[in-house]
Design a binder for this molecule. Sequence first.
Ligand code: AVI
Length: 320
Amino acid sequence: MEYTLKTETEFAKDVLTGLSASQKHLSSKYFYDQRGDKLFQKIMHLPEYYLTRKEFAILDRYKDDILARAMMAPCFNLVEMGAGDGLKTKILINHLQQEGADFTYFPIDISGTVLDELKADLQQSSTSLDVQPIVGTYKRALEVKKWENDHPTLLLFLGGNIGNFNYEQAVTILRNIAESLKSGDYLLIGFDLKKDPDIILQAYNDADGVTRDFNLNVLARINKELGGDFDLTKFKHWPMYDPATGECRSYLVSTQSQKVCIKGLNREFYFDKAEAIHTEISKKYSHHELEVLAGQSGFVVVQDFEDQDHYFTDSLWQKR
Ligand code: AVI
């Protein structure tokens, strides 16, 4: 089949840059297409993947306290970065509705499919809920700032999504978030905390291989969208956790020397045997690190809400 050159898309540009680098890399944001979204849904229910369960328990247990602290006006904006299926947020939304709160919900996600489903789902249970989805990257959504009005804002950045950025990138994103907010507005942000390395590693190396397939999905996506001929059986999923930095890094390691052709880029890429493509970072934080991060990005930590095992925290920050 003939492939038209697709070098203009952001995906194509990033793949070209990433696979041409001396340390090959591909961004984990490209895990999430329709199949990737489904795999991530599955991950969230895996016994090894504690993050979702822990955060769910936190929101369920502390919803009153969180909203009592963060609600400053009868009418407000509820913005959510990386909303996904909104499963956890529904706890807060349902609670707000029971309390008769007047708010507009702005879910932001890179996946339009996921947002369509979320909106339909929310409006099925409450036809009066004002949902204004924003499809795009965090960066783009913060530029567009559809929630810019006179009302105060509570911005949710849940799921430990901030962990998918390195420290410098996290500071940049959080500063951008701070700029999109008014002084006194709140940010509720989820951090996976440093803990026993075995527990962390297992969460990214589940027995059923769902996380492996999720990682490999970036190659499947290159095959599908850019006409690549990656043989997925020739790459090994390899997560590793460094307890000093708190970084869980995932790689795809080539099991043999091989050549891969990507027609859409009109390029061939060579892999040595055991050469790695870095695909994801999932950073785990200490309390001290997150206090510093808040300060560096224009926030103060108001309160940490944690699960009983102290695996995860939803940290409530206020814009200075
Ligand atoms: C979305 N994000 C917080 C997940 C994480 O834990 O880093 C993505 C993920 N990657 C592998 N498993 C889950």
